[in-house]
Design a protein around this ligand. Sequence first.
Ligand code: NAD
Length: 238
Amino acid sequence: MFELAIKKLKEAQKIVFVTGAGISQESGIPTFRGKDGLWRNYDAMKLATIDAFYENPKLVWEWYNERRKNIFSAKPNLGHKAIAELENFVKVVILTQNIDGLHQRAGSTKVLELHGSIIEIKCTVCKFKNKILTEFTNIPPLCKCGNILRPNVVWFGEPLPQDTWQEAMIHSSNCDIMIIVGTSLVVSPANTLPLYAKQNNAFLIELNPEETMMSSDMDLSVRSTSVIALPQLLSIFK
Ligand code: NAD
């Protein structure tokens, strides 16, 4: 199977990556479902909802401020950098569930953020949206229109930004290889992207130290971390 994967990789015109929290784990950013996935004894998955936000906006803002600090001090790892360097050899598109911006900081040029970005804010009511330029002293911060501002991230139960999602489906339906890295593939609808690729005869490779919901659909599963597996993948092209 490895030989077939190497052949497919060398022949590929376009590779689509679907990435999740696991690719940033070795940069020191905790995953949601890993053993270090809890914060202050709260369940991260219960904080990342609109109901949690309206119930206690200050708490949710504190949680995002803490995560943002952690993300700003983190650096792209060898996995992010290997994907960025791969652009020198083949067309690469990244569909990421991450909100940390590490792919872009590693130098990748085509990154679709399916779940938004932790460095952006938006108003809960009007159309205002911006990058966070300085930390807020009063939380929750207010918009000029008087309503509460929130992080521009997609919470559980919310729809994805539609333009980004449409584009992600098109890239998934139209790639030679899809490489799925560091995601448990339990979050919908991002976890349907491999199905679009498979329906259109793409070769599916999963890089994850653990089995996932869709391991049985993969053409190849590599059980190692992204910092080990992605530079190895890049070396095939060199
Ligand atoms: P998840 O927490 O559900 O799953 C993480 C996956 O990564 C697991 O399958 C795990 O086995 C794997 N993994 C752990 N360490 C790894 C490593 N070193 N190399 C490769 N794989 C590794 O993450 P998810 O599937 O992305 O879904 C969680 C949601 O949480 C997403 O919506 C995402 O937006 C959000 N999230 C983002 C960040 C971030 O931006 N860095 C961090 C935490 C959560």
